[in-house]
Design a binder for this molecule. Structure first.
Ligand SMILES: O=C(O)C1=C[C@@H](OP(=O)(O)O)[C@@H](O)[C@H](O)C1
Ligand SMILES: C=C(OP(=O)(O)O)C(=O)O
Length: 443
């Protein structure tokens, strides 16, 4: 698991100009849903069978964490995972600290779950995860009675002291974060009374949907979602749709390159995730959506995107949480659009796997685009992309966004530090190259 970190800086993507995307393809499984399927499958009574599981480093970190807690998990094999659930009280103390790699979702969700266990656990991460803020979960968890120590800066490692009795709280989140919401709901499974989270804006609701899919009661009233610590999870089948966050690179790539026409199959289009479709649509992208059903409580669709003439826009702030992971790709769309694109209200992007505003602004500038970072967003003037060397700073989403920029660039684009693409999108290079991106890898 640590090999990606050690090999960082050594893997670069090289994208030659002149490519376009023409293919019908399915990107890997949804990362958020895959994490949650492992967590709830482990906590359920009986067997859970997952199909379409994302075999990326982040979700494998969650899977390994539960193996270390004594849960028997078979697979993954071609996206199939079988979990022998141990029930809410069945986890066992791990022998050593749990390494969660690059995965903020694993660290924050598991902090909530482990706050309610009878034993101590330490959670550690890679260099990037070790710089990310954990106070946003540790503070409200402490209000519930949890005992968690972080560094003086509020960053990992987290030392979680077991054996605390948790009480439900009503918590109004200062940031719109599905990770914080989910962390508290997980702690709420072990708390007395109701645990309620109030969202300042809608965030992805996979936790709520999946809890209900496992037969656990969840109450929602407007912006407030509550659980009580008296339920039971029942093992079930979970089919994971393709990840709209991974599909987003192909949507943008097709929109910005002449002659492109791409069909993305079986993509999850949960309305709390579709900001990227809305934003690209407002920019003038030719997008067709054909809803094809509902799997595991999540709507899915085939998404077709063709080469488009994009216009710069002011991105409405209410769309920010609904497209939070897609902004690196959307910045590339903005760089290829006519006129100015302005993003505000997105300071959260500064505390992801990298400071995504700065990293993308630096890279786009190196490719000849005017990209002006602001404290909570960016102002991008569309223009002619040149070739050049850019750095992803170990951030998978920045790496894949820059790779797609190569479709519209006049010359070769080299993207450094791409090993972490495997955290969310194993096989990206092969899939993108098969679709028509002239990409290869060095190192
Ligand atoms: O709950 C989740 O699965 C996620 C929530 C989002 O983070 P925040 O909750 O910090 O916005 C997102 O950026 C992350 O990739 C996955
Ligand atoms: C922010 C992301 O993930 P995480 O917070 O789980 O590291 C992401 O995948 O873009």
């Amino acid at each position: 698991m640590q090999s990606a970190e050690l090999s960082q800086d050594s893997i670069a993507f090289v994208v030659e100009p002149g490519g376009s995307l023409a293919a019908q393809l399915r990107v890997p499984g949804d990362k958020s849903i895959s994490h949650r399927a492992i967590i709830f499958g482990a906590l359920a009574e009986g067997i859970t069978e997952i199909t379409g599981f994302l075999e990326g480093e982040d979700t494998l970190a969650t899977l390994q964490a539960f193996r270390a807690l004594g849960v028997n998990i078979e697979g993954p094999e071609e996206g199939r995972v079988k979990i022998h659930g141990v029930g809410l009280q069945g986890l066992q103390a791990p022998e050593k600290p749990l390494y969660l790699g690059n995965s903020g979702t694993s660290m924050r969700l598991l902090a909530g779950l482990f706050a309610g266990q009878p034993f101590d656990i330490t959670l550690v991460g890679d260099r990037s995860l070790s710089c990310r803020p954990m106070g946003r979960v540790c503070d409200p968890l402490a209000q519930m009675g949890a005992l968690i120590e972080a560094t003086a800066q509020g960053t990992p490692p987290l030392h979680i002291h077991g054996g605390q009795s948790l009480q439900g709280i009503e918590y109004a989140m200062p940031v719109a974060s599905a990770q914080v919401k989910s962390s508290l709901l997980l702690a709420g499974l072990y708390a007395t009374g109701s645990t309620c989270v109030i969202e300042p804006a809608p965030t992805r609701d996979h936790t709520e949907r999946m809890l209900m899919g496992f037969g656990y009661p969840v109450e929602r009233e407007g912006a407030k979602v509550c659980v009580k610590g008296t339920g039971v999870l029942r093992g079930t089948a979970v089919e994971v749709p393709a990840d709209i966050s991974s599909a987003a690179f192909f949507m943008v790539g097709a929109a910005i390159s002449q002659g492109s026409d791409i069909l993305l199959e079986h993509v999850g289009i949960n309305p709390t995730r579709t900001g990227v479709i809305e934003i690209l649509g407002r920019m003038g992208a030719q997008i067709e959506i054909e809803e094809t059903g509902v799997v595991g409580g999540e709507p899915v669709a085939a998404i077709r995107v063709r080469a488009s003439r994009l216009q710069g826009i002011n991105i409405p702030e209410e769309l920010v949480p609904l497209a939070i992971d897609e902004f690196p790709a959307l910045f590339v769309a903005a760089a290829c659009a006519e006129g100015e694109t302005v993003l505000t209200g997105a300071e959260e992007l500064r505390v992801k796997e990298s400071d995504r505003i700065q990293v993308m602004a630096d890279g786009l500038q190196r490719l000849g685009i005017s990209a002006q970072p602001t404290p909570d967003g960016i102002i991008i003037q569309g223009g002619a992309l040149q070739g050049g060397e850019v750095h992803s700073h170990g951030d998978h989403r920045c790496a894949m966004a820059f790779a797609m920029a190569g479709l519209a660039a006049k010359d070769t684009v080299t993207v450094h530090d791409c090993a972490n693409v495997a955290t969310s999108f194993p096989g990206f290079l092969e899939l993108a190259s098969g679709a028509g991106l002239k990409i290869h890898c060095t190192g």
